[in-house]
Design a protein around this ligand. Structure first.
Ligand code: PLP
Ligand code: COI
Length: 361
């Protein structure tokens, strides 16, 4: 497979420095976008070609473009952090590149070479470097690589053309209110993913399928939905956009990867960070009965959710048809906050990077 080089096209007028600073003062999540984007095309028989760094702007699609009908689409999410010396580094872009390849295989799409994925991220961040928030706070630049099927036609089959794009968005807290614990609705009937399905692929349809349950959670006064497995409706899987961790004293436990949950890069990183901090970590099945019983008998001391956008967010109240309970007194737990600080310090370059996770531009 050929690796296209990314060509810089003449820039549009970027937003003014004053406008950019106003956005960076309070970026929110996914509301503002930088001045440029990367696009790379794939065509059957030709492979990847026409890598370009172009002004951010609308995509023009024929109404019969297959992604609009059959949802052949995948995406990623990763962050660039301003380091203490003013330079910028990406957190584990290679892991995102590999997961993007895994998602592509599952969705019958072409695999973008890992080095092209990383080169494209680097090119965009270098061009729009002034959009990377200052060092010191929790803000970062969130990168959203995605790929869509662009063949025109209504036949149901893998497309013969694709478009890969990366856009970037300055990001503050995903949940308004900072590290305030979130409330969880435990959905015992609606499922997110099924065995043999696409739950472990980062594809848009999984998120579309989660929206109704998410709306129901909001009606129950909850921030997020936790999904159970689709067969026994018993084993805890994950949230719509985050993995879960259960803290038992100095041991952290996360549901094992069964194929129907996403292999989160934050989840994976925390298995290692926890060991570095002297905790033990374990991947195993956790049942809803055990979650409730261990919370009530006090052995389950904290629960938190984790993901790139949400970083580490404590879980406070848990509601379900079977009742309601409160985790760690409804305030952020000690282990949760230690892990959160350790991960953020590493990402922001405040502490050492013993595992070589930071990719400097
Ligand atoms: N689970 C789902 C369904 C997600 O969308 C995400 C977010 O990317 C995660 C878990 C966490 O993954 P990561 O830590 O790689 O961001
Ligand atoms: C991410 O954390 O990067 C995601 O893609 C999750 C999404 C719900 C924002």
């Amino acid at each position: 497979m050929t690796t296209p080089t990314i060509e810089l096209k003449p820039s549009s007028t970027p937003v003014s420095a004053a406008e950019r600073e106003a956005v960076l003062a309070s970026p929110g999540f996914g509301r503002h976008f930088t001045d440029h984007m990367v696009t790379i095309r794939w065509t059957e028989g030709r492979g990847w070609h026409d890598g370009q760094l172009v002004p951010y702007g609308p995509l023009s699609l024929d109404p019969a473009t297959t992604v609009l009908h059959y949802a052949q689409e995948i995406f990623e999410g990763l962050k660039a952090y301003r380091q203490p010396d003013g330079s910028v580094a990406l957190f584990r872009p290679e892991a995102n590149a590999r997961r993007f390849q895994d998602s592509a295989r599952r969705m019958a799409m072409p695999e973008l070479p890992v080095e092209t994925f990383i080169e494209a991220c680097d090119a965009l961040v270098r061009q729009d470097i002034d959009w990377v928030p200052a060092h010191g706070g929790e803000e970062s630049l969130y990168l959203r690589p995605f790929m869509i099927a662009t063949e025109v036609g209504l036949g149901v089959k893998p497309a013969n053309e694709y478009l890969f794009v990366i856009i970037a968005s300055p990001a503050g807290a995903y949940f308004p209110g900072g590290v305030k614990p979130v409330s969880i609705w435990l959905s015992e009937d609606r499922v997110r993913a099924v065995p043999g399905g696409v739950g472990d692929a980062k594809t848009g349809g999984n998120y579309a399928a989660s929206l109704l349950a998410q709306a129901e959670a909001a009606e129950k006064g909850c921030d997020q939905v936790a999904y159970l497995d689709a067969v026994e409706h018993k084993w805890v899987e994950e949230l719509g956009g985050m993995n879960l961790y259960f803290v038992y004293g100095d041991k952290i436990v996360t549901p094992e990867l069964t194929g129907s949950l996403l292999a989160g890069i934050t989840r994976d990183s925390l298995l290692t960070v926890a060991r570095d901090l002297g905790y033990t970590s374990e991947e195993r099945r956790v049942s809803i009965d055990q979650w409730q019983a261990d919370s009530e008998n006090g052995t389950l001391t904290e629960v938190f959710a984790c993901g790139t956008a949400a970083v580490i967010t404590p879980v406070g109240t848990v509601k379900s048809a079977r009742g309601e309970w409160v985790q760690s007194g409804g305030s952020p737990g000690e282990v949760t906050m230690k892990l959160r600080d350790a991960l953020l310090d590493l990402q922001r370059g405040v502490s050492a990077d013993p595992h070589g996770w930071m990719h400097r531009l």
